[in-house]
Write a protein that binds this ligand. Sequence first.
Ligand code: FO1
Length: 319
Amino acid sequence: MRIVVLAGGIGGARFLRGLKQAVPDADVTVIGNTGDDIHLFGLKVCPDLDTVMYTLGGGIDEEQGWGRADETFHLKEELAAYGVGPDWFGLGDRDFATHIVRTQMLGAGYPLSAVTEALCDRWKPGVRLIPMTDDRVETHVAVEVDGERKAVHFQEYWVRLRASVPAEAVVPVGAEQSKPAPGVLEAIAEADVILFPPSNPVVSVGTILAVPGIREAIAGAGVPVVGLSPIVGDAPVRGMADKVLAAVGVESTAAAVAEHYGSGLLDGWLVDTVDAGSVERIETAGIRCRAVPLMMTDLDAAAQMAREALALAEEVRGV
Ligand code: FO1
């Protein structure tokens, strides 16, 4: 079975680990969000691609959900000692190697998709990981700080500001001019099922859908598209998705996120059992809905969620 998954960071990566356990023989292609990318110290850092690669490749810091296990921060300390910023983004020594190799290959003219493939040769994530585009896209967030409106890089909003101020707008800068990376549209066209994991619907899945051609390809693929709500009980399971949902006028509920994606895109939507009351509203919106446990407390829970998503896809396919 060929499965395409649009993945962001931690939630998407953990879901993918469950999917691989649920259907080990499936051919999984991950279209990764690159809107979180940031250039630091002359290096290109791709947080969401690295989170998928490390999580599935066995190198992730399990507790944090990002960055490398057994990390040290000597380089970060030395840079700070030189007064070279920023110091609010936690790049570890092991992680730096990934960004050095990536930046070196980009500098030699390799596109990000080829670089990602090369990095995955080491990590062997067991899925094909393709960036949504080889072009530069960076999400910026419009905020008002000390009475001054300004746009900050997503990572500054997320990590330095801890999303402590409302996001007035979220803009994937460069998305309009970008095109899907090689293999993205082909994977969607050949997929038997397309999944939206519990990733951030605005800055992760939303950014991938902002690359011209991707939303249309998914909507027109003619195969079941099933998503899992990242919102449980009116609150994001992790992260601060509610802050960016507000920026796009979407209430922080499982039903509102499903309606935000729309029945033109989504055929099925899984909500957590605590949100079972919203099943009818979602089905009225033309999206088949089931209430199942959606807390990825461990690998088996994530695998069960994946099985539920695939079962719903078959149910949708059958109509
Ligand atoms: N998230 C944090 O909350 N604090 C950090 O210092 C931090 C550093 C970091 C370094 C590399 C990397 O790949 C991810 C990192 N993240 C950090 C997570 C990152 O902000 C998020 O994973 C995504 O951008 C949102 O999904």
